[in-house]
Design a binder for this molecule. Sequence first.
Ligand SMILES: Cc1cc2nc3c(=O)[nH]c(=O)nc-3n(C[C@H](O)[C@H](O)[C@H](O)COP(=O)(O)OP(=O)(O)OC[C@H]3O[C@@H](n4cnc5c(N)ncnc54)[C@H](O)[C@@H]3O)c2cc1C
Length: 313
Amino acid sequence: MRDSGVATSLGCLRGRYAAGMSVRVGDLLATGSQSFSFEFFPPKTDAGEAQLWKALGELEPLAPTFVSVTYGAGGTTRDRTVGITGRIAKETQMVPVGHLTCVGATVSELESVIDEYAAAGVHNVLALRGDPPGGPGDQWVAHEGGLNYAAELVALATRSGDFSVGVAAFPDPHPASMSAQVDVEVLRAKQEAGAEFAITQFFFKSSAYFQLVDRARAGGVTIPIIPGIMPVTNLAQITRFASLSGADFPADVAAEFERVGDDYVRDLGIEMASRLCRELLEGGAPGLHFYTLNRSTATRDIYANLGLGATAQ
Ligand SMILES: Cc1cc2nc3c(=O)[nH]c(=O)nc-3n(C[C@H](O)[C@H](O)[C@H](O)COP(=O)(O)OP(=O)(O)OC[C@H]3O[C@@H](n4cnc5c(N)ncnc54)[C@H](O)[C@@H]3O)c2cc1C
């Protein structure tokens, strides 16, 4: 899957990281090696915290390229997100990416969070606008003294220090976007502001991802666009997530799940996600980003189906 020249370069960066030096996700992706990454969220309870560290421990042997931790709606998880990513940096061999949103914060508060990330040893951030405090369906109003769009946050993070900055991309157009073409212009603006990689919202058909990449390349976007994978393990949950995020849950996919019945939803979800991952990698995707929901089993099952071992060299 990877040639030895590329592997040496990736191995070199991993060696630098193991020796305590910071590593930029943009540099890891530039090696040309396929990237495998996992996303987690900051839990609210002690039991949730224990589950998060259990999942991280079970997934570390897969040697992900990076792991990311979300920033709660409304900016509510600031301390927990910085704390968890800092602990990942100190206590594991995994490269953490901290998410950051513009919601409910002034520019100087955002600068403070960026400084806190740097002080915690976190040198990669995913810069997002975030959803309006009332939910994704509400009208976006920038916080007083804050930022309007993710591109401005990319510029702020890039200016503030040695961060590798990633951004969101949308195979199904962003719910508030006027068109897929506007999404491409927005993605290019984020690249021009300094973004080095993009991760997509989840989607269910590889064609949606490849069409996004085609539109983006035609529109001058050159950064790697990593597809986001959300395996279906619970039908009610995925339907809620899709309607919240604006991702399309296609009728024929929903019908397949309804046909197999509740007891087999998980099996079919893993089979479908494995098929999607295979198509994406065979079609040239630069890697895969798994939305884990702080659980390890679905990701590990898909890894096994794809014949992927640990990615470390
Ligand atoms: C991989 C991934 C991770 C995520 N992680 C989180 C997280 O941790 N926490 C969280 O709260 N949310 C998260 N989200 C959700 C994200 O915050 C929302 O989807 C949000 O509504 C859009 O964020 P964005 O960064 O794409 O914003 P932007 O790129 O700013 O786009 C937002 C909207 O504004 C429009 N727009 C952008 N620039 C302009 C402009 N110059 N002029 C006019 N219109 C413009 C766009 O078309 C779009 O409709 C994540 C999404 C993804 C895909």
